[in-house]
Design a protein around this ligand. Structure first.
Ligand code: MN
Length: 731
C-alpha cells in the first residue's frame, strides 16, 4: 500500500527535523547528500509498512535521528542509517549504493545488511552470530553505532511485535547490545536498552518496580531538593556555574541490585545520585576543568561528611571507554549515603554519548596529566593531523579502540577477554591454571591448532587437555600474558627441583653400585664429558632423562685415564693441512650441531645410521647412510666422506614429519593429539588434517630426540583404533 497524502507531508517534515538535529553537517553538500539518501530510501520503502501499520520509512528516519542527535555522528553515518534497510528489504543492491554514495557508505550499509542477515533471521546460532558481528565491527565501527541505533528504535517500538518475538529480541538486547553500548561508552543508550529489555523479558518485575518508583517519586524529589540546596548556595558563592541534577537509578539497575544482593526494593537506599555538571571556559581535556572537579568535591564534602575510601576518581584515571568524572559518596541530611557525581559539561557529553562526542572538542594540551586512555590519545592525534576534514576521523579510528583486546568464545558461548597477540596457552591459563598446566592443543573454530596458535577476535576455542601433560619450557616463548608466563615459570621451577633431586638420587646410586671414587676434580671432569659442567644441570638432565648414565663406568674409565685430552681428540679439526681419516670416527653431540649441517635431502635424526660429507669449505654435512645423495657423493668424492656417530646425548630436538592415515572416527583428532602429548619425549609443532568420505589423512610435524622416540610414537599412533598407516616423510 502506497503512502497517503498526509503521510507524505509528515515524512517531508521529518526531513527538516532530521537536518535540524544533525549538528555535524557542515556544508550544503552534506545536506544534499542526506537529501539524496532520504529520497532514495523513501522511494524504495514506499510500499512497505511496519507491523504497527506505519509507513516503513518511519523506522530508517528514526534510526538516522538517533544516530545524529543521541550518538552525535556525522553525515556518512546519517546517510547509512537512512539506507540501512534498503539492500535488505528492497530491490536495490549494494552496487547501487556504491554507485550513488561511494565505497565508504556502501561498506557501512553492507556491514549492517550482513549483521541483520545473520542476527535477525537465524536465532539458533547466537554465539556464531555475535562472532561475525564483532568481525564486521572490525571493518567500520560506525556499523556498530548504527546497529545500536537500529536496535534502540526497534526496542522502543517493540509493542507491535508478537510476544514470542518480543522475548527473543529483548534477550538479544540484554545479552549482546547493551554490553556493546556500554563498551562504546554510550551510557544513556545502554540504560534505555536494559530498561526496555527488562520490560519485555520480565514485565511483572518491570511494572512492579516502576510502580514503586512512581509512588515514592514525590517524596524522593523533595529530598533531592533538600540535598541540592546547600550545594547550590556554596557553588554560587564561589562563582561556579553548574547544574545540579538528581539522577535516579534505572529500573534495570535496581532490579539487578535486588537480584544480586537479594534485597527487596524498600532496602535499596541509593535510588538516586546527585550529579553536578559545571561549565568551564577551558573545558575538556584541559586540566583546569579537571582541577575544578576537585574544588567542587571539596565544597560538597564541606557540607556533607564523606567516606575517604569511597571516592572514585575517573578524572585522574579515566575509564577505558572514555568516561571521566569524580564520584564521592556523602552522608545526606537524613543520615543515608548519597553518591555525588562531578563532571564538566563536556565530560558529561562524553559520558552520555560516548566516544563519538570527542571529535567536537578542540584539543589543546598534548600532555594531558593522569593516565589518559590510549584511545583518547589516538582520537586526539587524529584530530590534530586532520584539521580540514574532521568529519572523516572515524575512517581513521576504525579498530584502534579494539586492538588492545581480543574476544574469544568457549564452546559453551562464554566470552573471554585476552590481549591482542595472545595464544592458545594464554587462554588456557586465563580459564584456569590447571587447564593451562594440562593443555596439549586446542580446537579453534573446530580445527586443531597447537598451543602457540595466535587467537583472533571471534574465535571459538576449545582447549584440549591431558592429565599426563606438564608445562614445557618453550611455552614461555609464545605465552604473552604475565599470568601464563608466571604460572609456567613456577611450574617449571618446581619441576626442575623435582628432576634435580631425582637425578641426584640416580647418580649417587650408580656411583655406589660402581664403587667409583669421585673427588671434586674428577666429578667435575666427568660432568664435562656429558657436556654439563654445572652440578645442578647435570643432576637435572639425568632426572629429566636428557642424559643416560648407563655408560657411566665406561665414561669414567676413559675420563680418568686420559681426561687431559680424550674428549678433545674425539672431535677432529678439519684444517686445510689435515688429511681426513676415514677410520677416525667423528662423534657429534649438541655442541657440534652448530658446526655441522643436517642434510635436507634425508633429514637424519639421532639414532639414524649416518655418515658425514666434508664440504670444500670444511663444513660437515650429515646424511643418512641410506641416502641416495650420499651414495652418489661417496662414488664421486669418496675422500670427503667421514664416519660419524651420534653420542647418546639427548637434549637437541629434531624435526620430523609424519603422515598418518585411517578412517575418520569421532574424536580421532583428540586421540591423536593425546597420544602425542602423553609422550614426554616428543613435541608437536604443527598438525594438518583432511577428511574425505570418512577417510582422513594428516601430516604432523614433531620434535623428537632420536629415531627411537620416533619409532615409539609411530607404534603408539598405530594402536589408535581407526589409524591404518603411519609413515615418516623424508620431505
Ligand atoms: Mn532496521
Amino acid at each position: 500500500m502506497g503512502l497517503t497524502k498526509k503521510e507524505e507531508i509528515w515524512i517531508e517534515e521529518q526531513f527538516d527535523e532530521l537536518i535540524k538535529m544533525s549538528k555535524r553537517l557542515r556544508s550544503q553538500e552534506d545536506v544534499d547528500l542526506v537529501r539524496k539518501a532520504f529520497d532514495m530510501a523513501n522511494e524504495a520503502h514506499s510500499k512497505m509498512r511496519r507491523k504497527s501499520g506505519e509507513p516503513y520509512f518511519t523506522h530508517p528516519i528514526a534510526v538516522a535521528m538517533i544516530v545524529a542527535s543521541e550518538i552525535g555522528l556525522g553525515v556518512k553515518s546519517i546517510v547509512s542509517a537512512l539506507l540501512h534497510d534498503v539492500v535488505e528489504d528492497t530491490d536495490y543492491t549494494l552496487n547501487d549504493i556504491e554507485t550513488l554514495f561511494g565505497t565508504s557508505i556502501a561498506g557501512i550499509v553492507g556491514g549492517l545488511t550482513k549483521i541483520s542477515n545473520i542476527l535477525d533471521k537465524d536465532a539458533t546460532l547466537q554465539v556464531e552470530n555475535f562472532r561475525k558481528m564483532i568481525l564486521t565491527m572490525s571493518q567500520d565501527i560506525r556499523v556498530i553505532f548504527i546497529k545500536l541505533a537500529d536496535r534502540l528504535h526497534n526496542m522502543r517500538t517493540l509493542d507491535s511485535m508478537p510476544e514470542y518475538k518480543q522475548i527473543k529480541i529483548a534477550s538479544e538486547t540484554t545479552y549482546l547490545y547493551a554490553p556493546l553500548a556500554h563498551r562504546l561508552g554510550l551510557y544513556s543508550i545502554k540504560t534505555e536498552l536494559e530498561d526496555l529489555a527488562l520490560k519485555y523479558e520480565h514485565p511483572l518485575i518491570y511494572w512492579e518496580i516502576s510502580k514503586k518508583f512512581t509512588e515514592t517519586e514525590e517524596e524522593r524529589n523533595k529530598y533531592i531538593e533538600k540535598v541540592k540546596l546547600p550545594i547550590q548556595k556554596s557553588l554560587e558563592q564561589e562563582n561556579i556555574k553548574a547544574n545540579i541534577l538528581g539522577r535516579t537509578k534505572s529500573i534495570f539497575s535496581i532490579w539487578n541490585k535486588m537480584r544480586t544482593k537479594n534485597v527487596p526494593f524498600e532496602e535499596i537506599y541509593d535510588l538516586f545520585a546527585i550529579r553536578i555538571i559545571f561549565d568551564h571556559p577551558d573545558d575538556y581535556p584541559d586540566s583546569k576543568a579537571r582541577s575544578q572537579c576537585y574544588q567542587i568535591m571539596a565544597l560538597v564534602t564541606n557540607i556533607y561528611p564523606h567516606l575517604e575510601d569511597r571516592v572514585r576518581d575517573w578524572v585522574a584515571k579515566p575509564k577505558a571507554n572514555g568516561y571521566e568524572a569524580l564520584h564521592v559518596t556523602v552522608m545526606g541530611p537524613n543520615g543515608d549515603w548519597i553518591e555525588v557525581q562531578i563532571r564538566s559539561r563536556k565530560m558529561n557529553d562524553i559520558a552520555e554519548k560516548g566516544l563519538a562526542s570527542h571529535w567536537k572538542y578542540k584539543v589543546n594540551d598534548k600532555d594531558s596529566p593522569g593516565s589518559l586512555d590510549k584511545l583518547i590519545n589516538t582520537l586526539n592525534q587524529t584530530l590534530e593531523n586532520n584539521t580540514n576534514d574532521t568529519l572523516s576521523f572515524l575512517d581513521d579510528v576504525k579498530m584502534n579502540i579494539f586492538t588492545k583486546e581480543v574476544y574469544v568464545f568457549t564452546p559453551k558461548g562464554e566470552i573471554k577477554k585476552i590481549p591482542t597477540g595472545a595464544t592458545v596457552i594464554d587462554l588456557a591459563y586465563e580459564i584456569h591454571s590447571e587447564v593451562g598446566n594440562k593443555a596439549i592443543a586446542a580446537k579453534v573454530n573446530h580445527q586443531l591448532k597447537p598451543l602457540s596458535h595466535v587467537l583472533k577476535s571471534g574465535d571459538q576455542v576449545e582447549i584440549l587437555t591431558s592429565d599426563k601433560q606438564s608445562p614445557k619450557r618453550e611455552w614461555i616463548n609464545f605465552a604473552i600474558t604475565s599470568k601464563a608466563k608466571n604460572r609456567i615459570k613456577s611450574s617449571l621451577r618446581e619441576e626442575r627441583i623435582h628432576h634435580i633431586n631425582k637425578g641426584q638420587e640416580i647418580f649417587i646410586k650408580k656411583v655406589r653400585d660402581l664403587n667409583l671414587k669421585l673427588d671434586h676434580k674428577r666429578f667435575k671432569e666427568l660432568r664435562k664429558t656429558y657436556d654439563t659442567p654445572h652440578k645442578e644441570d647435570f643432576y637435572f638432565k639425568i632426572g629429566a632423562g636428557l642424559i643416560q648414565i648407563d655408560d657411566l663406568e665406561k665414561q669414567a674409565a676413559k675420563t680418568f685415564k686420559t681426561f687431559a685430552n680424550y674428549w678433545k681428540l674425539s672431535i677432529p679439526k678439519f684444517g686445510a693441512n689435515q688429511t681426513l681419516n676415514k677410520k677416525n670416527t667423528l662423534i657429534i653431540d649438541d655442541a657440534d650441531i652448530k658446526r655441522i649441517t643436517l642434510a635436507k635431502c634425508c633429514n637424519p635424526i639421532p639414532g639414524d645410521e649416518i655418515a658425514g660429507f666434508v664440504n670444500p669449505n670444511e663444513s660437515i654435512i650429515i646424511h643418512k647412510r641410506i641416502c641416495e645423495k650420499l651414495t652418489s657423493l661417496a662414488a664421486t668424492q669418496g675422500d670427503r666422506i667421514i664416519s660419524v656417530k651420534w653420542t647418546s646425548y639427548k637434549l637437541q630436538s629434531f624435526k620430523v614429519k609424519i603422515k598418518i592415515e585411517g578412517m575418520d572416527k569421532l574424536g580421532m583428532l583428540n586421540k591423536i593429539t593425546k597420544v602425542i602429548s602423553l609422550d614426554s619425549r616428543v613435541n608437536m609443532k604443527s598438525l594438518s588434517f583432511n577428511t574425505d568420505d570418512e577417510i582422513f589423512s594428516g601430516e604432523i610435524i614433531l620434535y623428537v630426540h632420536d629415531s627411537q622416540d620416533l619409532e615409539d610414537i609411530i607404534k603408539d599412533l598405530l594402536r589408535i583404533d581407526g589409524v591404518n598407516k603411519v609413515t615418516r616423510l623424508e620431505d
